[in-house]
Design a protein around this ligand. Structure first.
Ligand code: GAL
Length: 667
């Protein structure tokens, strides 16, 4: 199969071998008219097209190179080096170069240099983002600056991907390719690698690219181009598909890669093989689909990784290689029935906040046999995209069948994906009803306040199976300060924010939570179903149904546990996502007198609980290890917040000590 190129460049695909033959290549940049904000080309190419030598690539190489003809590490100083994970495209031997003939491939490509554009090292960037183009301070007219590249390519369709790493304030970029504006004054967010792709068609053998900052004439003049990739659209033939099957076959996939990624890979591989087994199958669209499925699933194959230790603060992935989303969480052992066989086995269960999409999300669950490796069991309670979804979407429709309109309104309000705040979920199994009960800090704006923490309620959801879906029952304000005591926040009664649960040896369960505008902790007794308070606030008796702890001390993030007949309560101060100093308390009974024991952290010189906030403390009976579980919140990238799990040492007198260990194992 021959693909003719303009300027005499051709691409040949024969019997599984793709040859890119370049008879001659040239780049003569013609003047084009740009929209007002696009600068004209900074310099006209000087090199004349010359005859080039031809070179060939096998289909496998083309496939493995992802059909990438160029991968440019823009403005790099060392043009002989390609950063890790950023290999050369097939038409280049340099990672960047001024427009001219590539010394190895003999193809013409590169940037059109100008004294106004300089390469600048980026101290915050790494590898491919370590260098960027900037506009020189001496530029005579910044509004006429822009970065122009030309690339010799065969005639055809291309996907162009541009990477912008922006260490400055938000700025805008515009991009023109083949004379067409592809990106117009789009914002490039700070501190992220922003990647933008578009498709383009080349008919003249040269792909022209221009990148500029449309605000150049006002402020922050530099465009911030970090890298470029140019990938050709393959010709979808049987040969291509069979080359793909051959080169993407992994015999021991199940051994090497995660279960889920192998499953979709194998089904794509099988579909492609089945298709190829019929001589008559030639449809381009079908080939394209099979090829794309195979390539996509092959790329998504995720290496199995087995942890055998804890690494507090490091990214912690689940058994599918995805970072665990179980913030503000809780770990406990539960008897879990196998979904297929019904066979019961004891598993560790970790529930927590899903922050995949940032601040607002539902509740995720994971299971483990060894506390190191966690399998994702799903989002056990989803937040609700709209009131309508409750009656239209399968998931919600079944779950809320039988709810009245008013009850549905309440669900939509409390779990609203756009407005509700769902934090610090904690799970408790109710043996009496054989029901799993999920409590959480249910917050969000109210009719009178737009604050995310105005509702200040405790929410409850239930399910007959451990991994839901959990059905929302209600959200409530809880007990209030008795009239004979000093209410630290009398203007808003019964508030409940950061919370936890505790089940005592007699089966009585308690909710521990921050109240009175986070100034006072409360412990309130739950009813036998664990779905509400034992006694409603209006009738609750102080000391019997609830107690107030440390009025005005401003503690939150409570974690209560029982060890050797003594009750311990770990807490943090209240400084939002920022960590602060821990303090713990002890008592002889849940409703008893609690005594402050101070900060249990040893060697925590910044007094920030090793940059974490408590969420749960539990015992691994096997190894006899008590484990402190905290969150290291990253306020700007909440989804990337880390888990700090540390072993607790109990001294002979029962005092608790926590030291930081960057890597540790259960004994
Ligand atoms: C913390 C609290 C977190 C979250 C955060 C929001 O004080 O412990 O769960 O609510 O504030 O700023």
């Amino acid at each position: 199969m021959v693909f003719p190129f303009k300027n005499g460049v051709k691409q040949v695909l024969k019997a599984g071998v793709l040859a890119v033959a370049l008879l001659s290549a040239g780049c003569g940049r013609e003047e084009t008219t740009f929209p007002a904000e696009m600068p004209p080309s900074v310099a006209a190419p000087t090199a004349e097209p010359v005859a080039s030598q031809s070179f060939t690539r096998t289909a496998k190489e083309m496939l493995m190179a992802d059909f990438t003809l160029y991968r440019v590490d823009c403005a790099t100083k060392d043009t002989g080096i390609f950063p890790t994970g950023f290999p050369a495209g097939l038409c280049q031997s340099q990672s960047d170069m001024p427009y001219g003939e590539d010394p190895v491939t003999k193809l013409y490509w590169g940037y059109h240099g100008s004294p106004d554009i300089l390469s600048e090292e980026d101290s915050l960037g790494e590898g491919v983002t370590a260098f960027k183009w900037v506009v020189s301070k001496n530029a005579s007219d910044p509004s006429k600056t822009g970065i122009c590249y030309d690339f010799s390519v065969p005639e055809g369709n291309y996907t162009v991907t541009l990477g912008f790493y922006n260490p400055f304030g938000v700025r805008k970029i515009s991009v023109e390719c083949e004379g067409k504006t592809e990106i117009k004054a789009e914002k490039i967010l700070r501190y992220n690698v922003n990647e933008k792709s578009f498709e383009t068609k080349v008919t003249d053998g040269i792909l022209n690219l221009k990148v500029c900052n449309p605000d150049a004439h006002t402020f922050m003049e530099s465009p911030i181009l970090s890298y470029i990739t140019i990938a050709s659209e393959p010709e979808y033939t049987r040969e291509l598909l069979s080359a793909a099957v051959e080169s993407m076959r992994v015999d021991n996939a199940a051994e090497l890669y995660t279960e889920k990624s192998v499953k979709s890979y194998l089904s794509a591989l099988e579909a492609a093989e089945k298709f190829l087994s019929k001589e008559s199958n030639n449809g381009v669209n079908q080939i394209k689909q099979k090829f794309k499925d195979l390539r996509e699933s092959y790329k998504m194959l995720t290496k199995k990784y087995k942890y055998d230790s804890f690494n507090p603060g490091a990214v912690w992935t689940d058994t599918e290689g995805t970072p665990i989303q179980a913030h503000g969480g809780q770990v406990q052992q539960l008897e879990i029935p196998d979904p297929e066989t019904g066979k019961i086995s004891t598993k560790w269960v970790w529930v927590g906040e899903d922050k995949t999409h940032g601040y607002r999300g539902g509740v995720c669950a994971y299971t483990s046999d060894d506390l190191y490796n966690w399998k994702f069991e799903g989002i056990i309670m989803r937040n609700v995209p709209s009131r309508r979804a409750l009656e239209k979407e399968e998931y919600f429709k079944d779950l809320y069948a039988g709810y009245s309109d008013a009850e549905l309104d309440n669900v939509a309000l409390a779990l609203d994906a756009e407005r509700a705040v769902i934090e610090r979920p904690k799970l408790i199994y109710n043996e009496k009803n054989r029901q799993y009960v999920l409590w959480f800090h249910a917050d969000g704006p109210t009719a009178t306040s737009n604050s995310n923490y105005a509702a200040a309620c405790a929410g409850v959801a239930v399910s007959d199976t451990p991994f839901g879906p959990y059905r929302f029952v209600g959200r409530y304000r809880l007990n209030t300060c008795p009239p004979d005591q000093e209410d630290k926040h009398p203007q808003s009664k019964g508030m409940a924010r950061d919370m936890n649960l505790f089940k005592d040896t007699d089966g009585t369960a308690y909710i521990i939570y921050s109240s009175e505008e986070n100034l006072t902790l409360y412990i309130s007794k739950l009813n036998e179903d664990y779905t509400y308070l034992e006694t409603e606030p209006e009738k609750a008796v102080y000391g019997k149904d609830f107690i107030r702890l440390f009025p005005g001390a401003q503690r939150e993030a409570p974690a209560l546990f029982l060890k050797d007949g003594r009750y311990y309560l770990m807490t943090s101060g209240c400084t939002g996502w920022a960590p602060n100093q821990a303090r713990y308390y002890v008592a002889d009974s849940v409703m008893g007198e609690w005594t402050s024991k101070g900060d249990p952290c040893i060697g925590d010189s910044n007094h920030t609980t090793f940059e974490s906030q408590s969420t749960c403390i539990f015992l691994d009976v096997n190894s006899g290890t008590w484990i402190y579980m905290g969150d290291r919140w990253f306020a700007d990238t909440l989804n990337d917040s880390r888990y700090i799990w540390l072993p607790i040492v109990f001294k002979d007198n029962g005092d608790m000590e926590i030291s930081f260990v960057s890597n540790w194992k259960l004994r």
